[in-house]
Design a protein around this ligand. Structure first.
Ligand SMILES: N[C@@H]1[C@@H](O)[C@H](O)[C@@H](COP(=O)(O)O)O[C@@H]1O
Length: 245
């Protein structure tokens, strides 16, 4: 595992974006796994800057997003469809037909999970998966549990996750109770995983996940079993690693 701590957000964003853009420059048909949340936003901004300088094209890239809320209209400000359009897709040349996000409004959610699993299988392997980490150690929306699910599935969000995400809504009552998420198996199948964590609030959980026991009660701890994980931390999130590097 390659754990990097950055003094400034700019440095972190440039490093994260350059890992992704150099992958796409060398492999224009790369398959990218994308994440929402506040952590990847600065990296997406840097990717857009690189695109605007005509240094990279996403025309042949395929993307898979990790997750989506159930029952939130696609055009709701906080749906992950809206998030991705706002933060990345509307600014680059990725064809809409190659950008995959689970449909949390599908009439048959189980069939939607199957459809998403099939798309992932057809794509063979995600070349690079961007990840954040939840306050409770979740990845995507794979919540702590006594067992984890490998494929895309419906998940009931933990109260603490709804509380953490309530900051994006008018009140916690508006935060959906369920989501569709790629499973931990699909995430770990990615060739490279890029974990991005920012802020003091995440310092303890990211340290526990990467150095503590590997347990389904902290889904991010399973990243320790993957052979190619790059971790980008800001100084605050990385404070417990300071003595170890
Ligand atoms: N489903 C997303 C996760 O994929 C993300 O990692 C997490 C952390 O978000 P942030 O980066 O804002 O801390 O938020 C949500 O719960």
């Amino acid at each position: 595992m390659n754990i990097l701590t950055f003094r400034t957000n700019d440095e972190l964003n440039i490093a994260g974006a350059s890992i992704i853009t150099s992958l796409v420059q060398t492999n224009p048909r790369a398959v990218l796994g994308l994440a929402t949340g506040s952590s990847p936003i600065g990296i997406y901004e840097e990717i857009i800057n690189t695109f605007r300088k005509n240094m990279v094209s996403f025309r042949q890239v395929t993307t898979f997003n990790l997750d989506e809320y159930v029952g939130l209209p696609k055009d709701h400000q906080e749906s992950y469809h809206s998030f991705m359009n706002r933060q990345l897709f509307s600014h680059i040349d990725l064809p809409a037909s190659q950008a995959n996000i689970p449909d949390g409004n599908a009439a048959d959610l189980a069939a939607e999970c199957e459809r998403y699993n099939r798309l992932l299988e057809d794509a063979k392997q995600i070349d690079l998966q961007i990840l954040g980490i939840g306050n409770n150690g979740h990845i995507g929306f794979n919540e702590p549990s006594h067992s984890l699910i490998s494929g895309t599935h419906i998940v009931e969000l933990k109260e603490e996750t709804r509380e953490a995400n309530a900051r994006f809504f008018n009140s916690i009552d508006e935060v959906p109770t369920h989501a569709l998420t790629m499973g931990v198996g699909a995430i770990l199948k990615a060739k490279t995983i890029l974990l991005v964590v920012r802020g003091e609030g995440k310092a303890e959980i990211v340290h526990r996940a990467l150095t503590g026991p590997i347990t389904t009660e902290c889904p991010a701890s399973l990243l320790q079993t993957h052979s190619n994980v790059v971790v980008l931390l800001d100084a605050e999130a990385g404070k417990y690693f300071a003595n170890e590097m």
